[in-house]
Design a protein around this ligand. Structure first.
Ligand code: 26Y
Length: 748
């Protein structure tokens, strides 16, 4: 088949096949094969609406799910290439930013695998979030991420939607992307694009004309909303997405619109698609349905997932935005506001709040039959704080759905060696039922098995070392401890605390106390382009990376590797190689985390706070096999409430902490970096520290030191690794999706 495709492409014999042609041909063959795979089906359809789907590369994943990986590998080799050349050539779709988008991708994988009748709906962004480039100046720079150029997995459809945006009219077109499950069925991710999109609007960086909405709507995910024009654009982008997504849903179910909820479930991935609530209400009103009935249909159709308690991510929009774009929609919002207020005297229940601001979470909570958090602790915090008013009014709507990850990508595909080894020990059951990994517990004191596990870790570390060398020219010591923090850059995730620890070690080495074994600190993360302190943290880390590299005494013992433009592909290389998984958010702030799950599944031990899903990881693996530090969430919530946290006092009263913080603006740092930025970060830590870095720093240092010491007892460490892998089963997204289906969607 590949040869035939090549002949069709080249129109001649197969001499001189280039990588792009070969990729094109293989991609085409796989797509043809996928056409014959049956689509999931059923009476009721789930639409998973999301602004992000961080699906990662698809070629190898699809080959594996089609069961032809080895055959195609051989075929490609017979043509003088390696499959890995093609894997490398494939661009990674840049359709997400972090955990929320990757979760949506894992969910589609599980939906297809479980054969549930669900599909994904979203937008197609031509340049994704942005591509991160580290300059010689040790700063993050942003450029467009061009991923659509090569033959992509998207297919153009005839389904188009006219969308009126105030005085402008545009057309949205649907593109489909098949998502293969593991058990012989597939589903579809439907992404809408702006027909009149104009890529030439963007030059070298990520700047473009924010006003030209008929050309710019699907250029980037989350255009910078630090300005008013940027904010308005993001709003219109959401409007466009929901309008198109809903048009598709209604086109499929027009015949039974009055009983829509019996045929359709819409899951809202955070507040980004929540406009569907008033928009659907409006569509029902247009069809002559009475208001009470409208409220019933909408509420029974929609379900809302919250992914954060951070105020900045709880979206609000001025009602004037709605008025400008669609007066009928703003009127519907007012109607829904009156309806909500009629149910309670509590002012927080209202949708349009002070200053005529529309609270999207309030819309979601009032008109969804289900409201869920993404880890047990997070759901409890929602009930007690962020969504307390709604919990009091609608207690029956609240439920928890602890996140999960797909083991197909995060174990079977990215760690084939570990997968085969597990198979050799406990058989293949775990590929269908992740809980059966628990059988591995039987080997937790088996010296031979433990040694094999360590050998696999070493092998994956070596592969990672080779990869890092290839992409960055950096040489990493494979025998060092791999300490890894990979996630978006945000103060609450506290990359700055990890940085302070590295400074602490650096100063100790300078004082003559060297670690028993070298340690490599890996980072991978992007900072939002307008998030000043986050960019300062990246700057400080990059400066520290260079400082250590240029110091002969220190570089033998510690190294920083800040991986540029972290994405799914890089995660697949780093995660199997990890020893220490950094999950160090300020307790109460990380809704769940999913990297923590991928890392434990690959035999890393967690160094973490009792936050998000870390709490459940600790329950599953047991206290012996995880390293917990820091203040508990209730203490943190009290401290935040009372406003009594005083970082300056901690800084002034603890000389060794002061020394670490002050090092940020020391001469060696200033010589490499930019004083103003380093100094801003230092003052921010001393005088603001909104996520309490200094509060937990001391405990972090002691527990981390203890962990590195424990690493030397290789057999005990391996036993803990085994406990982590054996107890990762609960964190399979198959479990999460089965639970969404049972409690919320009720698909057959
Ligand atoms: C407001 C807008 C710009 C915005 C855009 C993206 C707000 C939030 C987000 C993304 C949020 C996100 O990725 N949240 C993460 O969701 C994961 C999946 O549930 C969680 O594991 C993780 O803790 C949470 O931070």
């Amino acid at each position: 088949m590949i040869r035939q495709e090549l002949l069709a492409l080249l129109g001649q014999d197969l001499d001189g096949v280039t990588i792009d042609k070969l990729y094109h041909a293989v991609n085409q063959c796989v797509q043809n094969k996928m056409k014959n795979i049956p689509h999931v089906s059923g009476d009721r359809t789930l639409y998973y609406m999301s602004a992000e789907f961080l699906i990662g590369k698809l070629l190898s994943n699809n080959l594996m799910n089609l069961g032809i990986y080895d055959e195609v590998k051989e075929a490609v080799e017979s043509m003088g290439y390696r499959l890995s050349d093609l894997e490398e050539y494939e661009p990674e779709p840049s359709l997400g930013n972090g955990g929320l988008g990757r979760l949506a991708a894992c969910f589609l994988d599980s939906i297809a695998t479980l054969g549930l009748n669900g599909e994904g709906l979203g937008l197609n962004y031509h340049f994704g979030l942005f591509k991160q480039v580290f300059g010689k100046d040790h700063f993050q720079h942003e450029t467009k991420d061009v991923w659509l150029e090569k033959p992509s997995w998207l297919t153009k459809t005839d389904f188009t939607v006219p969308v009126t945006l105030g005085s402008t009219s545009v057309i949205g077109r649907m593109y489909n992307l098949d998502i293969l499950g593991y058990n012989g069925e597939k589903t579809t991710l439907r992404l809408f694009d702006l027909e009149s999109v104009d890529e030439t609007l963007v030059g070298d960086g990520i700047q473009f004309n924010l006003e030209a909405i008929d050309k710019n709507l699907t250029l980037f995910l989350y255009p910078d909303d630090s300005t008013d024009a940027g904010k308005r654009l993001r709003f219109i982008q959401q409007y466009f997405m929901v309008k198109c997504n809903l048009a598709w849903v209604l086109s499929q179910h027009e015949a039974h619109i009055e009983t829509l909820h019996e045929h359709v479930a819409i899951q809202l991935n955070d507040t980004h698609p929540v406009m569907v609530i008033p928009m659907l209400a409006l569509e029902l009103e247009k069809r002559g349905i009475a208001f009470d009935k409208i409220v019933e249909i909408v509420t029974k159709t929609c379900a809302y997932t919250n992914h954060t308690i951070l105020a900045e991510a709880l979206e609000t929009w001025p009602i004037s935005y709605f008025e400008t774009i669609d007066r009928n929609l703003s009127e519907m919002i007012w109607k829904l506001d009156r309806e909500a207020r009629s149910r309670s005297k509590d002012p927080f229940i209202g949708i349009v709040g002070y200053y005529y601001i529309v609270h999207m979470a309030a819309l979601a909570c009032n008109f969804s039959h289900s409201i869920n958090g993404v880890a047990a602790l997070h759901t409890e915090i929602l009930k007690k704080t962020t969504l307390k008013s709604f919990y009091e009014l609608y207690p029956e709507r609240f439920n928890n759905k602890t996140n999960g990850i797909t083991f197909r990508r995060w174990l079977q595909f990215s760690n084939r060696e570990l997968t085969s080894w597990i198979e050799s020990k406990i058989g293949e059951d775990f590929t269908q039922d992740a809980m059966s990994l628990v059988k591995l517990e039987a080997f937790k004191e088996d010296k031979e098995a433990l040694q094999e596990l360590l050998d696999i870790k070493h092998l994956k570390k070596q592969q990672c070392v080779d990869y890092i060398y290839e992409i960055s020219g950096r040489k990493v010591n494979v025998n060092s401890i791999f300490d890894i923090q990979i996630k978006r850059l945000h103060e609450y995730k506290r990359q700055q605390m990890n940085l302070l620890y590295i400074i602490y070690l650096y100063l100790r080495i300078k004082d003559g106390v060297v670690p028993k074994r070298p340690i490599t600190f890996f980072f991978g993360s992007k900072a939002a382009p307008a998030y000043v302190i986050a960019k300062d943290i990246i700057h400080a880390l990059l400066v520290m990376q260079t400082l250590i590299e240029s110091d002969e005494d220190v570089r033998k013992h510690i190294q920083i590797v800040f991986v540029e433009n972290y994405n799914v592909t890089k995660a697949e290389m780093l995660i199997p190689a990890c020893d220490v998984s950094e999950q160090i958010s300020l307790a109460s702030k990380e809704a769940s985390g999913t990297g923590n799950m991928k890392l434990m599944l690959n035999g890393a031990l967690t160094l973490g706070t009792l936050d998000g899903a870390n709490v459940e990881i600790a329950e599953h693996v047991g206290d012996e096999s995880i390293y917990i530090f820091g203040k508990h969430s209730d203490e943190v919530i009290d401290l935040l409430g009372s406003g009594s946290y005083n970082p300056r006092a901690m800084y002034e009263n603890t000389p060794w902490i002061r020394r670490c913080v002050d090092f940020l603006t020391s001469e060696p740092m200033r010589n490499i970096g930019t004083f103003d930025c380093l100094n801003r970060l230092r003052y921010h830590l001393v005088d603001h520290d909104p996520f309490m870095t200094l509060l937990d720093f001391e405990d972090y240092v002691w527990v981390k030191n203890e962990m590195f010491e424990d690493y030397e007892n290789r057999m005990e460490w391996a036993s803990k690794m085994m406990m982590n892998i054996a107890n990762a089963g609960f964190f399979s997204s198959d479990r999460t999706i089965a639970s969404y289906n049972e409690d919320i969607w009720n698909l057959k």
